[in-house]
Design a protein around this ligand. Structure first.
Ligand code: FUB
Length: 326
């Protein structure tokens, strides 16, 4: 059993955890993180150092309760299509089944999104034999709306390979965007009722500035990099994401789950480490940001630990910026 959870402190320290997707299932908080591994992998801009192989699930009966590690719930050796790099996962619930979504490289080194199922929120999860047809890139987040429709948000540039899909096909030679190009946006597709297949092709949705113009690739403080997450607050859809190279978690809002999303502001200032990745969840009337930094490893970028903190909305629906170390 782990110690009691505290705000802005590592949730667990017996394993390295990152990219937390938090949900309330069965009146408890469940956290679906990446499981970082200590190794001597090459460190590069493609994220070779993030060589994860399995997933654990964490849960808390209450926000200050002890954190339970439910152990390994899925390993890449059990997923026939995966070759390496099990990155940031998510989980969704529908009609008695929990659907665990995860990105990983296929046998050709191309990131795809897989799904595995369980009748319990803490797994273990049984993977489908192949990845979800039509998926690519990383960081799936599945948002189930009040009407029961489910949407998958994906994407990550650089190591997440999103630039390589601009023609609709994988182009291994496609490089980074020029600063004056319109920045790549998040990709969204509605899921079928089976929650295991896409109802439509993944389509790109640009993020707009206050004048309705799409953000440019050179606008590194605001443009989409990776880690999309969607939550609904007072009828508005909040798409939050990481700006990667500038290390912020920011958000954009819309009246619809498929945008258009207009940039709204910064949620989290940079944390210790290169990546920033988060989720936002309401639990017992309060709103929480789950995020990670590299406190335990002393700043080793690929050895991260999950934390949480409370978030505050202003009356106009904007989110107050969090300074994680003040
Ligand atoms: O954990 C591997 C990758 O690092 C994630 O997929 C990204 O969002 C970044 O956090």
């Amino acid at each position: 059993m782990n110690k009691r959870a505290q705000q802005n402190k590592p949730l667990v320290s017996h394993i390295f955890t990152a990219d937390p997707s938090a949900h309330v299932f069965e009146d408890k908080l469940y956290i679906y993180p990446s499981h970082d591994l200590d190794h001597n992998a090459v460190i590069d801009d493609d994220g070779t150092q993030y060589a994860m192989q399995d997933y654990h699930v964490l849960s808390m009966d209450d926000i200050d309760a002890p954190v339970i590690d439910h152990g390994q719930v899925l390993h890449m050796n059990d997923v026939p299509w995966v070759s390496e790099q099990m990155w940031a996962p998510d989980c969704a619930y529908k009609d008695g089944t929990y659907y665990f979504y995860f990105p990983a490289k296929d046998k050709d080194g191309i990131f795809r999104i897989g799904v595995a199922t369980s009748d319990k929120p803490y797994g273990p999860f049984k993977p489908e034999p192949d990845y979800i047809p039509g998926t690519f890139s990383i960081d799936p987040a599945v948002f189930v709306d009040d009407d029961g429709k489910a949407y998958m948000y994906i994407g990550g540039i650089w190591g997440g390979q999103l630039e390589k899909w601009q023609t609709g096909k994988f182009d291994p030679d496609a490089g980074q965007q020029n600063p004056d190009e319109v920045a790549l946006g998040v990709y969204i597709a509605e899921l079928n009722d089976d929650m295991k297949t896409l109802k439509e092709d993944l389509k790109e949705y640009k993020i707009l500035d206050e004048n309705g113009e799409p953000l440019l690739a050179g606008d590194e403080d605001r443009r989409f990099f990776e880690a999309p997450w969607v939550h609904k607050y007072n009828g508005k859809y909040y798409l939050s994401y990481s700006t990667g190279s500038s290390h912020y978690i920011v958000y954009a809002t819309s009246d619809s789950p498929k945008g258009p999303f207009t940039y709204g502001g910064r949620i989290l200032e940079p944390v210790i480490g290169w990546t920033s990745h988060h989720s936002i969840v309401e639990f017992k009337g309060k709103w929480y940001l789950f995020y990670h930094d590299c406190e335990i490893s002393g700043g080793k970028n690929h050895l991260r630990n999950v934390k949480f903190t409370e978030i505050t909305y202003n009356e106009d629906g904007s989110i107050q910026t969090i300074e994680p170390y003040k």
